[in-house]
Ligand binder design. Sequence first.
Ligand SMILES: *Cc1c(COP(=O)(O)O)cnc(C)c1O
Length: 397
Amino acid sequence: MRLDTMLGNLTNNYRGGGVFMIPVFKVAMAPDAPERVAEVVRSGRLEHGPRAEALEAELGRRIGNPRVATVNCATSGLHLALHLLVGRDPYRPDPTPERDEVLTTPLTFEGTNWPIPGNGLRIRWVDTDPHTLNLDLEDLERKISPRTRAIVVVHWLGFPVDLAELDDVLDRARRRLGFRPPVVEDCAQAWGATYRGRPLGNHGNTAVYSFQTIKLLTAGGGGLMVFPEAESHRRALRTRWFGIDRADDRTRGEYSVPEWGFRCPMDEISAEIGSANLEMIDDLLAGHRANAYRYDKELQDVPGLEHTERPDDRAPTFWAYPVKVEDRPGFMRRLGEAGIGTTVLARRNDDHPAVAAARESLPGLDSVADRVCYLPVGWWLTEEQREHIVDTVRSGW
Ligand SMILES: *Cc1c(COP(=O)(O)O)cnc(C)c1O
């Protein structure tokens, strides 16, 4: 079936000033999703239940790691992941109170980083690698110190971080400092990405996916935590819901909470939307990749435009297509005039007044922050639109 018929007429175009723009993001909604949701609503069973559990099992099967837990959004998942690994708890002794920093990337959406102060920990910014737009592993290595409590990495645009190199950095840190900081991988933009042939969520760290509305796989809102071992998985299944075992009989109050928790499981409506959309996700992803590889070829040697790296040991998702351009305002204006949407996606997170105290010199980020820009690349582009984008970029700005 063709994607446009699979997607029915439920998808929207973002329009600027009433003018049709080729959108950078589009919501991918299966045509049978509304009817499936209506059935859930009629059933009256709306909170986390069998549908969320079925989706969870299927996502774990696809990733190849059954230690998964659905949550209501990736931000909750990142918050809970940090809490489980390194969170502070006034009712438990903290054996390493001097470790109060989490190393992370500023080139991301704020949802990556706010769970760090949310867990009572300080942000320490790691510079950006201009070739990948992910965090710079050499700067990370320099900054791992006796104060490092954890590390957060983002697979930006679904381009996997070099996880083998990261592993080496952590091994060296262990030899140098006597401990290995735990890592959380933000896979929000990376459903379907692989590193050395395996989906993200299989490389020894806690990983968190997002199914927010404009992510590749959407549940309306939702997320998935993936664990490297059984113990943190078991804890997550309880602490995502107050620390209570849902199987306990609570009617007589005969249950107990060994570890307090939060309230962030995925609900049944989101799970049904996610399950409906999962059926088309592989085709959507193939569309993103095919368009991206065409751009890679057809946008070679454009004066004033630089590409990011494409090592062959990983398969990115190309949630959006990154370019580094001279005169970014001019570039975006020119494409806008031609009916092509572009975006800068997120403000560098170290710029926000809320975390001004964490500012430090980040020359790698400085070298790209005013040049990065993202082009429409998704499954919704027609051949004609893609050619129009290529021709417009090639004609200069
Ligand atoms: C979307 C996104 C998030 C937040 O995901 P939610 O599911 O909306 O909480 C976090 N990090 C990155 C990189 C994202 O793109």
